[in-house]
Design a protein around this ligand. Structure first.
Ligand code: NCC
Length: 274
């Protein structure tokens, strides 16, 4: 017998990484106005979905015709300012959940306080803290100032449940990935895509993740929604994308045809095997 771990064992190890959002008992938020602002219930607390779709924003979604299949899932996760208008045929139109980074929250060009992209759904916001820094240090000096617009968004759109990620979870995910990888990883947090996978595996019977592992449609295009050519979006430059993707692929239970022709991996939720 070998020491090679199978995909179920890897999945159950992954389950031990708890993704946490900030709560009213986390100092310094326990001592400032945030404690009354965070949603009362946790992120998808006690919520279970049969099928979940994660739509990576990759250029290879163009001409995929995956829209109807994506929308047939019980919940759909999208990232940052990725639109559906005008792209329905390839990416669908349903959005249940959006993960946005602090650049999108803080820079006016993304319209976080005004655009309908960020309303009537669940939102998880993240900002990279320095490795091992305390919540207090991070609160005083975030990478991008997400806090001001978070407060305003919470008070403007009461029906939108928006959460802030505890940035220590990013580093727990990073440490986990590094443990599973034979390669030395850059010390930058995982991408929004990997964070989304980590969150949804606790709440979904299975997760279909679209064009995260690039299919035969892969091109240099960064996103399906704009014309920028940049292969680093797919293969990594700042985020440890290659390690994330190799790990996610090691959990895949779909056939090669599904992954590389149709363009998605399928990963069973934690509940089934762990
Ligand atoms: O590009 P981005 O990511 O918004 O994409 C969301 C997630 O989809 C997966 N992806 C994307 C493109 C591609 N060709 N292949 C992919 O697999 C990745 O998992 C990615 O996480 C982010 O993670 O938040 C990121 O955000 C952008 C950018 O800030 C926002 O789009 C707003 O403009 C970052 N780019 C830059 O800062 C220039 C990107 O590095 C990560």
């Amino acid at each position: 017998s070998s020491s090679r771990k199978d995909s179920k064992q890897l999945l159950c190890l992954f389950k031990n990484v708890r993704v946490r959002t900030l709560t009213k008992s986390d100092y310094p938020f326990s001592n400032n106005s945030f404690k009354d602002i965070f949603p009362r219930r946790g992120l998808f607390e006690n919520k279970r979905f049969k099928s979940c779709a994660i739509v990576a924003s990759a250029g290879s979604l163009t001409q995929s015709n995956l829209g109807d299949f994506i929308d047939s899932h019980d919940m759909v996760l999208r990232f940052n300012h990725a639109p559906t208008d005008h792209f329905e045929r390839d990416v669908g139109s349903k959005t249940t959940f959006r993960i946005v980074n602090s650049q999108v929250v803080s820079k006016p060009t993304f319209g976080f306080l005004h655009s309908s992209l960020y309303r009537n759904i669940t939102i998880l916001i993240w900002d990279p803290s320095r490795y091992m820094s305390s919540l207090e240090e991070w609160f005083k000096k975030p990478d991008f100032n997400l806090f001001t617009n978070y407060l305003e968004h919470r008070s403007k759109y009461k029906k939108t449940k928006s959460y802030i990620l505890n940035p220590q979870s990013l580093w727990e995910l990073w440490i986990f990935l590094q443990k599973q990888s034979v390669h030395q990883m850059r010390r930058n947090p995982p991408s929004s895509g990997f964070l989304g996978l980590a969150v949804l595996l606790s709440h979904c019977d299975y997760v279909d993740m679209f064009e995260y592992i690039p299919s035969v449609r892969v091109t240099k295009r960064c996103h399906y929604y704009d014309a920028e050519d940049n292969p680093a979006c797919t293969f990594g430059v700042w985020h440890p994308l290659a390690s994330e993707k190799l790990f996610a692929y090691s959990l895949n239970i779909a056939s090669d045809k599904t992954v590389f022709q149709n363009g998605y991996i399928r990963i069973p939720g934690f509940k089934k095997y762990c």
